[in-house]
Design a protein around this ligand. Structure first.
Ligand code: SF4
Length: 388
């Protein structure tokens, strides 16, 4: 466990890290560590080349205080219904020397989003000393007592090394949801992509989070096993999820940007990427295999093929499977059209193909790009890289 640094480095103002889960779009982002302490997953571009470091607790508290000052000022400027005029606020902010502009912008966005949740950054905040995290959480609660949810990313490996009492103390201090990048339940896939965990560790970590009373959000990555491990990836991932029964299962389809190790593996032929059709079959097998759990499946990532393959288990399982089966039973030309339209944002789901306007747009672009069932995945790969 890493001990948070003493404030020997100077405080340089409010900081924010590069990413947060899609479901934390309205959350205030509070950076406790910088980058990823593992940073070896072959499919992950986010923190490559960036060194991991801890931020001194005092600096994190200064960030929190800076946001608090801005929130107070914004509240004073808002009218009775809570409406704020940005121009007025900005001019007030310019006249207030004490405000940190980055913290002010974060506060403004947070205020507009309802100020209900906070996300602790970066990739694995639970790696810091538990008492330091509890101190930061207590400060957050003290400054923003109305907040309903405080969440963080954490690696399964890190969670298994934290004593249950400490996890419970974090929960009691307000940390009530953990996002884990499970990616796969297959040991072969985890090893191949250097995730640094095993199936057993994933299960143990998930159960520990639940035991502490926190909500658990598990991210899984369709396509991560490639063609070789597609089936085992689906079956083993479902097995892990069945043993944990997390509150949320979130789908985030694999994409492989250049520069990644997995990209090199793909170029050299060591990794054969699944086509969209294969990934649809894999997702079908995964959802078919989810059994005896009550998780909510979410498809809240632009890279996913179907935005509406989501719902509560077990009652929505049949509907989710029907959507994928409908796609798999379509003619190849129509499948390609859907794939392209989805990636370009013309379609969010199969029902959107019934809109003549949307369909015409997809058909026109398909013609322009010379899309066929044979080349559609190649063209789409190029398009997907722009969303990573
Ligand atoms: S642990 Fe998470 S953030 Fe770190 S390299 Fe792996 S996927 Fe990326």
């Amino acid at each position: 466990m890493s001990t948070q640094k003493k404030a020997s480095e100077p405080y340089c103002g409010f900081e924010q890290g590069p990413i947060r889960p899609p479901s934390e779009a309205s959350s205030l982002l509070i950076r406790v560590t910088r980058n990823c302490p593992w940073n070896r997953c072959t499919f992950c571009p986010v923190y490559k080349g960036a060194q991991f470091s801890l931020r001194p607790v005092e600096h994190v508290k200064q960030d929190i205080d800076a946001v608090h000052r801005s929130v107070e000022m914004i509240r004073e400027t808002a009218d009775e219904s809570g409406r704020i005029r940005r121009a007025e606020i900005r001019s007030a902010a310019q006249n207030t020397e004490k405000l940190d502009s980055q913290a002010f912008n974060a506060a403004l966005n947070w205020f507009a989003g309802g100020m209900r949740s906070i996300f602790i950054q970066d990739a694995n905040s639970l790696i810091i000393k538990p008492s330091d995290l509890v101190e930061i959480l207590a400060h957050l609660k003290n400054r923003f007592p109305w907040v309903e949810r405080i969440t963080s990313y954490a690696r399964s490996h890190t969670i298994t090394r934290i004593k249950d009492d400490y996890l419970k103390a974090m929960m009691d201090a307000g940390l009530n949801r953990i996002h884990i990048g499970l990616e796969s339940g297959s040991d072969q896939v985890l090893k191949m992509t250097r995730k640094g965990v095993t199936k057993e560790i994933h299960i143990k970590a998930g159960l520990k989070v639940k035991k502490a009373g926190m909500e658990l959000s598990e991210y899984i990555m369709p396509g991560l096993g490639g063609r070789k491990y597609s089936e085992v990836h689906a079956l083993e991932t479902a097995d892990v999820l069945n043993q944990i029964d997390p509150e949320f299962i979130r789908l985030r389809t694999l994409a492989i940007p250049p520069g990644m190790e997995l990209y090199e593996d793909m170029e050299s032929g060591r990794f054969e990427k699944c086509t969209d059709l294969m990934m649809a079959k894999e997702t079908l097998l995964l959802i078919e295999s989810l059994d005896g759990i009550t998780s909510v499946v979410k498809s809240d990532h632009i890279l996913n093929l179907f935005e509406n393959v989501e719902g509560k288990l077990p009652e929505d399982k049949k509907r989710m499977l029907e959507i994928i089966r409908t796609f798999l039973e379509m003619k190849p030309e129509r499948q390609s059209l859907y794939q392209l339209g989805r990636r370009l944002g013309f379609f969010a789901n199969l029902g959107d193909m019934e809109s003549p306007r949307r369909l015409a747009k997809a058909e026109k672009t398909s013609k322009q790009l010379g899309i066929t069932p044979e080349n559609v995945d190649e063209v789409i790969d190029e398009l997907m890289r722009r969303f990573i």
